[in-house]
Structure formats: structure tokens, C-alpha cells
Design a protein around this ligand. Structure first.
Ligand SMILES: [Zn+2]
Length: 208
């Protein structure tokens, strides 16, 4: 495809095509756009891309993205420390934070259980969640005062993961809730509007 194009342009098209949601046509359009943009703009983009991972890593507590050892949310002592909202990925944290309704902490699993794709509990930050709950209990907080809100997507994998987590946490007798089903089945938290997300959060129910 496009073998008549100079290699430098073809390379850009190939790289863009690898991005999620970008098909070959869009990749070509983006490459052409860059070609016609002032050099300054292209440099700015190239630098931003190059620096995206610089100095960033995952929070040691919740595995959210962070420039420091602990993320800003975990460092904020004004937040409810006994409430942990479990999400699939970092964009879900962004979506929930936008609602400004949630004042607890998070735990980013970095995926969902998916036997078909060979994703088991050990590939996710599940053991770390268990350890967090154990640490809270060890610090003297009563089990009844700890709430784990499972906010995985309402997909098959999301539900499977929610069920797994509930079973895993059962022996600790902490409160495990699931966000309400106001979200469209198979939908993505990340795409839900703020009102829907707020309702889902407020309407969460005990997971039994
Ligand atoms: Zn954190």
C-alpha cells in the first residue's frame, strides 16, 4: 500500500495506523495534515509524544498514573480513605473524577479478567487490592467501615471480574458494592456522560 510514498511519510502512516481507533484512511489524513503543518507544530507534537512517558510511572498504592511515587489522589488526605473504587483503567479514573461526586480512593486493575484472552488474576492488580484491604484492616479500621466499590464496565469480562473480586474479598467481611446498571450493557465507563456516571455511582448496591 502506498509504496510510491517517500519512506518518511509511510513510516508516519504506519505508526498512526497502530493507534486505537485510527484506520488506514485516517492515518493517511493525519500524515498529510502534518506534512502541511508548520515545522513548529510538528516539532511540538513530536516532543510531546517523546515526553509522554518521561518521569511518569504508576502510583505504588492505586496504580493510577503518577509523576511521583504516590498519585495526587492517594496523597489527598481530605479524601475518604476507607473507600476504594476499583476500575479497569486510568481513563475510568479520569471519567469518575470529572463527575466530582466521588471523594474516595481508587484502585486501577489495568484490565479485566478474560479467560479467552488469557488474562487471569495474576495479570491484573488484584493481589494488590487484597493487600490494600488487609492493610486497612490491620491498621485497626473495622471491616464494616471499609467499602470497595466495583466499577468495572458492564461487559461480560467486567461482570466476571466483579464477581471474582466479591468472592476474593468475602472472607474480610468488608462492604463490596457494584455501581448501578444505569450504564448501557457492554458500554464503557469512559464513554458514559457525567450524569449517567454520577447516577451509577450513587445507585450502587451491595454485591451479593
Ligand atoms: Zn494512587
Amino acid at each position: 500500500m502506498n509504496s510510491f510514498l517517500p519512506e518518511s511519510i509511510q513510516k508516519v502512516i504506519d505508526e498512526f495506523s497502530r493507534l486505537p481507533g485510527i484506520g488506514p484512511k485516517s492515518a493517511q489524513r493525519l500524515a498529510m495534515y502534518l506534512l502541511q503543518s508548520p515545522e513548529m507544530r510538528v516539532d511540538a507534537l513530536a516532543n510531546a509524544v517523546r515526553d509522554v512517558k518521561n518521569g511518569l510511572s504508576f502510583c505504588v498504592v492505586c496504580f493510577n498514573i503518577s509523576a511521583a511515587r504516590k498519585c495526587r489522589i492517594c496523597e489527598d488526605l481530605g479524601r475518604e480513605q476507607n473507600q476504594i473504587c476499583v476500575v479497569e483503567d486510568i481513563l475510568d479514573v479520569v471519567a469518575l473524577e470529572k463527575t466530582r461526586q466521588y471523594r474516595g480512593l481508587y484502585h486501577v486493575l489495568h484490565g479485566v479478567l478474560s479467560p479467552v484472552d488469557g488474562v487471569g488474576p495474576e495479570q491484573l492488580k488484584i493481589e494488590d487490592l487484597k493487600m490494600r484491604v488487609q492493610e486497612l484492616l490491620a491498621s485497626g479500621i473495622a471491616a464494616g467501615e471499609i467499602e470497595v466499590i466495583v466499577a468495572t464496565n458492564p461487559s461480560l469480562e467486567g461482570e466476571t471480574t466483579a464477581m471474582y473480586l466479591t468472592r476474593l474479598l468475602k472472607p474480610f467481611a468488608v462492604k463490596v458494592t457494584r455501581i448501578a446498571r444505569g450504564l448501557p450493557a457492554g458500554g464503557d465507563l469512559d464513554y458514559a456522560d457525567e450524569i449517567t456516571l454520577t447516577r451509577a455511582l450513587q445507585g450502587r448496591m451491595d454485591y451479593v
